[in-house]
Design a protein around this ligand. Structure first.
Ligand code: URA
Length: 440
């Protein structure tokens, strides 16, 4: 291990064998944290080549369970988001594409920070279960085209240990380390094709577009090197996605979107990602046809029916689809009002996410209990005209003290301008193989 650290410190390129040696040794506990910390810092400072990043991804993927989905018929397509505030995309998108014939065997995680993850959000639904046997998971996907379960703790074990170390050694924000971390888990969970939603902007991991583009290119390359066709879509996180931030509130917004009444930005994101998923899985010939199919699935009610089937398949009570009061409800509401006249020029997603976390919608540390009922619903988005006293957002809360800590940061998230303000960009570019298509 000493020689490997020294080689990377001196800007050498690590071989596949050297990378496997360090990943296997660290997973088994033979190599100590302090040596891996030193290597991570050398990687952080000197960066990794494309070959090194692919080899690191493969070694981390092989460090845990590899999920075998070969009993599932058809081309399996998966989607991953690098994470954002109000990102309830999976809940609407998966039934949408499944209703158009795509096959999605989705493994999702719980959230840390901002709001819950997909699994937490789905647990707002009475009796809904995301833990199931592999047989039941495979049967559901074969019969219904979709299922969502919690991701096994045994997937990409080396990544879990390394991520914990990166977190305390200031080595998280390195493109190769992020790309290999995300892709090792995605590739271990067995899909044939992959859509990546890489977020950029204030509320995202990659605040700068140029960094998001580098990350997207790196992940697409890793996917291609491992024979999994991968398309990345770089999308904006300059303001929260849609209007709802908080677990059961986001479920409502996802269902409203399937009913054709969702916020425009969120609907557009689902349609764009969905059209590419249909294209990749050969359910549509090209983006235009994919878009048309997705729109039709919303208009005809087919996507909503698929969602209902999904809830029933996973043991949930679907009655909430027609009566949202059956989901967890916060006891109180507080209106955040505009202190100015003009146009909303900014809603800092990160501040809204922090506010939701203070209310109890997200975890400050692993294992924290969530309050699934609380959160924020934005009434105004960037570009909207406002007058003093207009309601900007409604905070759903259960605890006065938590409201007090959340209120200030939510109010501070809003900025105004006297001039008209354009809506922030939602879709920046599409990265596929060696092409980048910029979207205007
Ligand atoms: N998400 C991951 O899974 N890994 C990273 O390194 C960053 C975000």
């Amino acid at each position: 291990m000493y020689d490997i650290i020294k080689k990377k410190r001196d800007n050498g390129e690590l071989t596949k064998e050297e990378i496997e040696f360090f990943i296997n040794g660290y997973s088994s506990g033979e190599i100590p944290d302090y040596q891996v910390s030193a290597l991570l810092m050398a990687i952080y400072l000197n960066e990794m080549s494309e070959d090194e990043t692919s080899n690191l991804t493969e070694a981390m993927m092989n460090s845990g369970d590899i999920i075998d989905l070969s009993n599932i018929k058809g081309i399996k397509v998966d989607k991953h988001s690098t994470g954002g505030v109000g990102d309830k995309t999976t809940i609407a998108l998966i039934p949408l594409v499944a209703s158009c014939g795509a096959v999605v065997a989705k493994m999702s995680g719980r959230g840390l920070g901002h709001t819950g993850g997909t699994i937490d959000k789905l647990e707002s639904i009475e009796e809904f279960s995301t833990s199931m046997s592999k047989e039941k998971f495979v049967d559901s996907v074969n019969s219904s085209g979709m299922a969502v379960c919690g991701q096994s703790e045994e997937v990409a074990i080396a990544d879990k240990k390394i991520y914990a170390l990166r977190d305390v050694t200031a080595t998280v924000d390195n493109i190769s380390l992020i790309a290999s971390s995300i892709m090792s888990k995605k590739l271990a969970t067995g899909a044939d094709k992959l859509i990546l939603d890489v977020k950029t902007g204030d509320g995202a991991f990659m605040t700068e577009y140029s960094d998001a583009l580098k990350l997207a290119k790196e992940m697409v390359k890793i996917g291609e090197n491992m024979n999994r066709e991968t398309v990345a879509i770089i999308t904006g996180m300059e303001e929260p996605l849609g209007c709802a931030v908080g677990n059961s509130l986001e479920v409502v917004e996802a269902v409203e979107t399937l009913k054709g009444r969702g916020p425009k930005d969120f609907e557009r994101l689902c349609i764009t990602l969905g059209a590419y998923m249909l294209t990749l899985s050969k359910c549509a010939f090209g983006f235009e046809k994919g878009t048309k199919k997705i729109r039709e699935a919303i208009q005809s009610g087919a996507a909503l029916e698929k969602f209902r089937e999904f809830v029933v398949n996973q043991g949930g009570n679907p009655a909430f689809i027609d009566d949202y009061s059956l989901l967890p409800q916060a006891k109180y509401k507080y209106e955040v009002k505009s202190s100015d006249d003009g146009y909303v020029s900014r809603i800092e997603a990160e501040k809204i996410g922090m506010g939701a976390m203070f209310l109890g919608a997200g975890r400050e540390k692993k294992g924290d209990e969530l309050d699934l009922s609380v959160g924020i619903v934005l009434s105004k988005k960037v570009g909207d005209e406002v007058h003093t006293g207009d309601v900007l957002a409604v905070i759903h809360y259960n605890d006065e003290e938590k409201l007090r800590s959340a209120k200030g940061i939510i109010e501070a998230a809003y900025s105004y301008s006297e001039e008209k303000v354009l809506k922030p960009k939602l879709i920046y570019s599409i990265v596929a193989k060696d092409r980048v298509i910029e979207i205007n």
